[in-house]
Design a protein around this ligand. Structure first.
Ligand SMILES: Cc1ncc(COP(=O)(O)O)c(C=O)c1O
Length: 432
């Protein structure tokens, strides 16, 4: 198999082979930069970086530095901290450009994901009598569904007639791009916004963001993405794909801690457009006159113009600790290794299925490399919850999504091929 790693990977189901892949892995040193949870005295097989990324060992120091500067300087830390708090958030766009494929001025780190989704919808969901629909994926993450629903009702529209959801076809688990395009064609003239996840949280399907954006914009709609499961996981080129807006969280693949600060993208062609409606706050106001304490909002002509509040520095310190590791590792290298880990996981699960008289695991994540990242979603055809509970008891940290899916995500910064092999061994023993 020719993999994105550039290695000719003819996978084998042996511990030696997994150890060989680890030895060959140019990113192998990065695992040591993270705390791996311990279960029953042993390193866990941690496969939930798609839910909460692990803690970099450096994070404590990054946060302690800010606590020290706060202790030493008090309010003066806004200007005199080692990383002055007044401009703390300005350190992020440079690193995030590679992660989301954007220009620095198109990126801002602020708030949390659902908040950013709302702020961006205030700007880019502006329904009119003729154009009011939102096209989205069926069974999007609940917070996105609630956000969409509430925005629609906020504008006085009926969600039943306004939200157009696209589901996989009967008997399928993934949404076909052709069905997305067909829906956009059908509802295009009445559509104000196409809003999708970059990666579906349940199936792990990566959507064709470029094609969806093109189709949405051709129909005269704006196009935005929730990149919660995509940022730090798959290749993203928001600027080149001409995406109107996007947002993501930092606590999954970006390892910035529970409830970590979120990121937002607004395309270059919109950032200086002061006529775009937005909810305003002082941190989005022109920096030169921010402290003049005036009463007329003058937005910064970059994505920063969407900020409301001053930077949550302690949470951002954790973000910085992780992004500095991303910078060192390089997003392209991480994507290559992620693809290889995912390929190995799928191979081992296929081997396990072959050993069973009746298939027990159905992989619902697409096989096609362009449609998957690290995550593998396993639809359990029998005894799903029992198998999941046994995995947890055996030292695997994975997650369960109702009604019957186990999600595992071997992530390239800290998971090894041996982790994936151990998972294969454990699930094989559990299934019997
Ligand atoms: C796809 C998606 N959207 C939104 C959210 C909600 O994020 P937050 O709690 O940061 O608003 C999540 C959380 O996991 C998510 O996976």
């Amino acid at each position: 198999m020719e993999s994105k790693t550039g290695l000719d990977l003819k996978f084998r189901n042996t511990a030696d082979y997994a150890a060989y892949l680890d030895e060959e892995d140019p990113l192998k040193g990065f695992r040591d930069k993270f705390y791996i949870p311990i279960v029953k005295g042993k390193e866990a097989v941690y496969l939930t970086g798609n839910s909460l990324g692990l803690q970099p060992k450096a994070t404590q120091d990054y946060i302690l530095n800010e606590l020290e500067d706060w202790a030493n300087y008090g309010v003066e830390g806004h200007e005199h901290a080692r990383n002055p708090w007044l401009t703390y958030h300005e350190m992020f766009p440079d690193v995030l450009t590679d992660i989301v494929g954007a220009l620095p001025e198109e990126i801002v780190v602020m708030n949390q994901l659902t908040v950013n989704l709302h702020l961006l919808m205030i700007s880019f969901y502006r329904p009119t009598k003729e154009r009011f629909k939102i096209i989205c994926e069926a069974k999007a993450f609940p917070s996105d569904q609630y956000a969409i629903h509430s925005q629609v009702t906020l504008h006085g529209y009926d969600p039943e007639k306004t939200i157009i959801e696209i589901a996989p076809r009967e008997g399928e688990h993934n949404i076909r791009t052709e069905d997305i395009l067909e829906t956009i064609r059908e509802h295009g003239a009445e559509t104000a916004l196409v809003l999708f996840g970059g990666v579906n949280y349940y199936s792990g399907q990566v959507f064709d963001m470029k094609t969806i954006t093109e189709a949405a914009q051709q129909a005269g709609a704006y196009c935005g993405f929730d990149l919660a499961h995509a940022a730090g996981n798959v290749s993203i080129k928001l600027h080149d794909w001409n995406v109107d807006f996007a947002c993501w969280c930092s606590y999954k693949y970006l390892n910035s801690g529970p409830g970590g600060v979120s990121g937002a993208f607004i395309h270059q062609r919109h950032i200086a457009d002061k006529s775009i409606p937005r909810l305003a706050g002082w941190w989005g106001h022109d920096k030169a006159s921010r402290f003049k304490m005036g009463n007329v909002f003058d937005p910064i002509p970059t994505a920063e113009g969407w900020q409301l509040s001053n930077a949550p520095v302690l949470s951002m310190a954790a973000h910085k600790a992780s992004l500095d590791i991303f910078k060192e590792a390089g997003m392209e290298n991480l994507i290559k290794k992620g693809a290889a880990l995912n390929g190995y996981m799928m191979y081992l699960l296929d081997e396990i299925n072959k050993q069973q008289p009746d298939k027990i695991i159905e992989i619902i994540t697409p096989r096609n490399e362009s449609e998957k990242g690290c995550q593998v979603s396993m639809l359990m055809l029998k005894d799903g919850k029992k198998i999941f509970d046994a995995l947890i008891r055996a030292g695997v940290i994975a997650d369960w999504r109702e009604p019957n899916v186990i999600r595992v995500a071997p992530v390239p910064l800290y998971n090894s091929f041996s982790d994936v092999y151990r998972f294969g061994e454990i699930i094989s023993a559990v299934i019997g």
